[in-house]
Design a protein around this ligand. Structure first.
Ligand SMILES: Cc1ncc(COP(=O)(O)O)c(C=O)c1O
Length: 379
């Protein structure tokens, strides 16, 4: 079955006890046991909850992994995975990853003795040169956030394997509907499910998928020991969101493709970043490894002043942090998603005051274009 069908039919979408096609929300914190020597399948919801397990099985199946994990936010998923590492370990990460991932690596895990080098993952030789004797993992996003740079997933997974490293990818921008990195050899896939998987800007959630049973056991230990699990109500909400993933992503990308092409023709716009545009560096690689360009368009206006005026005039998209909701969201990475990055680092990677990131929602693209047109006219 194709992924668009599997989103609705992974085999875990029906309640085995009753046949209900919407899985029940098991709000129980604890589970009565038959006796001190005979435990049932569940004992305590941090360790395992039937609603969470259904969601975890669904994401594992969609990503083509062996085991899934649900966390209380995307950052909880990322941080829990980083707990696989120990003092003295070194990670090579993409230089324009999400600002929160940069923050946790440079302000928290560094204090625990885990060092990170940030490099441009579009060039495999640069990544290879950054690997040291104590390097334990490659950590990346493709497309990256917010400049939508493309990394060759097959090449990175092979490099990680050659050097004995874990390959970890944040697949938030693509979702498994458009890109399944485990098929290219990745070990761990992460999501801020707050974004496209949830899809309605109404929940915070994170997911991780392990490609092997051995890694799955190690992550299961961390999930239970560290305890940043997703509650059953939010697990249900996320499963409900995932059901419409195909329909929403198809609309997001249709709208984004039109808007990116339209922005490119505007004199106020200096540069447009969208993997579906002819001439986007990495477009060929992206088309080989993903089934569509996604719904995020970033662009630069001629000046920072124009950019700020423009953002003050836009009416339909919410000026907000986040992305991937049914409603369009426009953001200013310098003070929002990437505020936690050191200003020098931001400048070096091109996250500057003229940059806008637009998460194209499922509104009628004609109305979005008319709104952007009016705002650009007043910028
Ligand atoms: C690509 C990416 N990864 C991770 C995160 C963090 O997820 P959360 O906000 O759910 O903790 C975000 C949030 O914006 C993101 O955009």
């Amino acid at each position: 079955m194709k992924i668009g069908t599997r989103i609705l039919h992974t085999g875990n979408e029906v309640d085995p006890a009753t046949g209900a096609v919407s899985l029940p929300i098991y709000n129980a914190a604890t589970f009565q046991q038959a006796g001190v020597d005979g435990f049932g399948p569940y004992d305590y919801s941090r360790s395992g909850n039937p609603t969470r397990e259904a969601l975890e099985a669904i994401i594992a199946s969609l990503e083509g992994g062996v085991r899934g994990f649900a966390f209380s936010s995307g950052m909880a998923a990322i941080s829990s995975i980083l707990l696989l590492f120990s003092p003295g370990d070194h990670i090579v990460a993409g230089e324009d990853v999400y600002g929160g991932a940069y923050r946790v690596l440079t302000q928290l895990f560094n204090r625990l003795g885990i060092e990170t080098t940030f490099v441009d993952f579009t060039d495999p030789e640069t990544v290879r040169r950054a690997i040291r004797d104590n390097t334990k993992a490659l950590y990346l996003e493709s497309p990256s956030n917010p400049l939508l740079k493309i990394t060759d997933l097959r090449v990175m997974a092979a490099l990680a394997r050659e050097k004995g490293l874990l390959s970890i990818i944040d697949n938030t921008f693509m979702t498994p509907y458009l890109q399944r990195p485990i098929e290219y050899g990745f070990d761990i896939v992460l999501h801020s499910a707050t974004k496209y998987l949830g899809g309605h800007s109404d929940l915070l959630a994170g997911l991780a998928v392990a490609a092997s049973a051995e890694l799955g056991d190690r992550i299961k230990f961390i999930q239970n020991a560290f305890g940043a699990v997703l509650g059953p109500q939010d697990c249900w909400l996320l499963m409900r969101g995932i059901k419409t993933l195909k329909a929403r992503m198809d609309m997001h990308q249709q709208g984004a493709s039109r808007i990116a092409a339209w922005l490119q023709r505007r004199p106020e716009v200096k540069e447009v970043f969208f993997p579906g545009l002819p001439g986007h560096p990495g477009r060929e690689i992206h088309e080989r490894q993903a089934d569509g360009p996604g719904g995020i368009v970033s662009f630069r206006l001629q000046t920072e002043e124009m950019t700020k005026r423009f953002l003050g005039q836009v009416r339909i998209p919410a000026l907000a942090v986040s992305l991937g909701g049914v409603e369009s969201i426009i953001s200013y990475p310098v003070t929002m998603s990437h505020a936690a990055m050191h200003p020098d680092h931001r400048r070096r990677v091109g996250v500057t005051g003229d940059l806008v990131r637009l998460s194209v929602g499922i509104e009628d693209p004609d109305d979005l274009i008319a709104d952007l047109d009016a705002a650009l006219g007043q910028a």
